[in-house]
Design a protein around this ligand. Sequence first.
Ligand code: NAP
Length: 173
Amino acid sequence: MATVYYTASSLDGFIVDEHDSLNWLMRNDIDGSGFGGYNDFIATVGAIVMGAATYRWLIDNQPDWLYTQPTWVVTHHPETVTTPQVQTFSGDVSELHPMLVSAAGDRDVWVVGGGRLAAQFTDAGLVDELVVHFAPCTLGAGQPVLPTQSRWRLADTGRNRDFVGARWLRAAD
Ligand SMILES: NC(=O)c1ccc[n+]([C@@H]2O[C@H](COP(=O)([O-])OP(=O)(O)OC[C@H]3O[C@@H](n4cnc5c(N)ncnc54)[C@H](OP(=O)(O)O)[C@@H]3O)[C@@H](O)[C@H]2O)c1
């Protein structure tokens, strides 16, 4: 099964603005069952991994834990992860990946982000698919969607209300 980095970005390639806000994203309209929509995507996900900054953003901004799938937070500070159903990992993501694949069973692994964690999976050759929905705005600064060098093969594109979505597969070098 696939390991997928699925995220949303500004047109200039940022996943969060310089004030750690996603308001620029949330104000746009998207159909969860439209092209690349979240409702269809999350049904394909069997295990989840996210970086410490993404975890902290969720804890600070969402009243309830959103995910039913087994989830790992990658952090140097496991004591800061207080969600009971979440496990922690520190170190080389290549060592975590087999656990994610095993937990996912016949479904996919979702690399939620942020970009810094997704870059480590990408550098290790572990991201099979990249799915990005681009919101119709630029931010000028923030955290980048994928801060590494990588090559992809375009597989699919589509409009979803305010967003343009695209799906790429890892390019075979
Ligand atoms: N637009 C979207 O759809 C979207 C999606 C995902 C995230 N986001 C946003 O993006 C922002 C965070 O992205 P980001 O790229 O800055 O950070 P991130 O990838 O979420 O987290 C990076 C942090 O994770 C920990 N970490 C990463 N790799 C590690 C490793 N191998 N071993 C141990 N710890 C490791 C380190 O924190 P410690 O040293 O503190 O442990 C590191 O500073 C958040 O604001 C989030 O809301 C947006």
